[in-house]
Design a protein around this ligand. Structure first.
Ligand code: SAH
Length: 211
């Protein structure tokens, strides 16, 4: 089925697209992406594209996962990360290879439960997944070194800004439907400093929870 060769090709593809961080590439090589999608589309898992995961949501394109992870890992001494939008749990599993603690929040209960079970089956013990509204962040474990938002928003929720540490970083797709800009927001003494990363297409960040 999902051969090592197709996983190797994906890594070559990511390098060609500009991903440089060896540890990030190593994590993408390590985590079985086919494990995060339905059996019927598992043969597409190592193509560099987003795929459906049910409930009108998607597993992000590997290039975008790599780019966002790289942006998080460029910050020195990052050990505790909050993810908003667990989805199938793939980005969560990638982060779990690289940092000490990953906390992830998902607003759709069935996706959250499925992601939790995948993470458990992969034996990743440094991950906590919560079903809830990510607009509120996850106060209990704050402050985080970095927050990664994997759904698009026109403005970053205040709760997330207040839950990152003093020199914390937020990686987030900013904008509404259609195309958004993926940016890195760094908290500085002069306020938030924005760095443009890439143009992307994400599902929207929505308020509230649902089954
Ligand atoms: N991180 C995923 C991407 C999932 S798509 C990956 O690895 O591929 C974005 C996810 O964000 C969806 O599952 C969607 O339900 C979720 N989401 C949207 N708004 C949210 C909110 N307010 N709180 C938590 N999750 C949210």
């Amino acid at each position: 089925m999902t051969s090592d060769r197709s996983r190797g090709r994906l890594i070559e593809n990511l390098i060609a697209e500009g991903i440089k961080d060896e540890s990030v590439l190593g994590a993408l090589e390590e985590v079985p992406r086919h494990f995060f999608v339905e059996e019927s589309i598992a043969h597409l898992a190592y193509e560099n594209r987003a795929l459906p995961i049910g409930k009108r949501q998607t597993i992000s394109q590997p290039f975008v996962v790599a780019l966002m992870t790289e942006a998080i890992m460029k910050k020195p001494n990052v050990s505790k990360v909050l993810e908003i939008g667990t989805g199938c749990g793939y980005q969560t599993a990638i982060l779990a290879q690289l940092v000490e603690h990953v906390f992830s929040v998902e607003r759709i209960e069935s996706l959250s439960l499925a992601a939790r079970s995948r993470i458990r089956r992969l034996g990743l013990e440094n991950v906590r997944i919560r079903f809830g509204d990510g607009l509120e962040g996850w106060e209990e474990h704050a402050p985080y070194d970095a927050v990664i938002v994997t759904a698009a928003t026109s403005s970053v929720p205040e709760a997330l800004k207040s839950q990152v540490g003093e020199d914390g970083r937020i990686v987030v797709p900013l904008g509404r439907a259609g195309f958004q800009k993926l940016v890195c927001l760094d908290q500085t003494v002069d306020g938030w400093k924005e760095t443009y990363l890439e143009s992307v297409t994400f599902v929207p960040l929505l308020a509230g929870t649902t089954q």
